[in-house]
Ligand binder design. Sequence first.
Ligand code: SAH
Length: 218
Amino acid sequence: MRKYEDSYQHKGLRKKLMDLLREKGISDENVLKAMNNIPRHYFLDSAFDKIAYEDRAFPISEGQTISQPYTVAYQTQLLQIKPNDKILEIGTGSIYQATVLAEMGAKVFTIERQKKLFENTKQFIFKNQYPNLKFFYGDGYEGLPTYAPFDKVIITAAAPFIPPKLIEQLKTGGKMIIPVDEDHHQRMLRITKNADGSMSEEAFENFSFVPMLSGRNG
Ligand code: SAH
């Protein structure tokens, strides 16, 4: 079992990573502060300890990945989080992104379709620091109607289209950050639900995610 130990070396590497994210254009200091507070190496196998603070995605189990820090910072910055925002995340994966949101004071509801990854969350004791973080096993295309509506929705897998049920579960004025498939990459979109029921769409940079698949697995 992994030891939760955050050494000076880890802290130093993390601070350097935050400087790199600033250079790459991340300007929301609240996002950088949250990421600087969270030991990313806790979310990876201990074999990755020395490289956990490189700006790279890494494999976790079940053929999935922990998102690249730049991607996490980028999506989080676009979410424009306020403390107590109620946020739905699709694709728990390593739990890193969800923890960043929880560290920023949001109420986070995260869904994972892979049974094994969901089961892993139960053993991840670092999560006990975040009573505002809740885990669900299910199909993200369905969202969480019982807990809706949400202020924000974040999708951390490549979506073939904008899932209609997730739009329904957004509050008026709410925002969704979603990487939507284009030819060989995904375009990051921010969808805002307007008071008249219409949607506004803003398009940002291209990224590369693992696919958002339908149904549960396991
Ligand atoms: N947010 C994660 C990124 C994980 S990669 C992190 O910080 O590490 C994307 C994750 O989305 C994978 O774990 C994958 O199993 C999950 N996923 C894909 N399609 C899904 C769906 N329909 N519902 C829920 N999770 C899904």
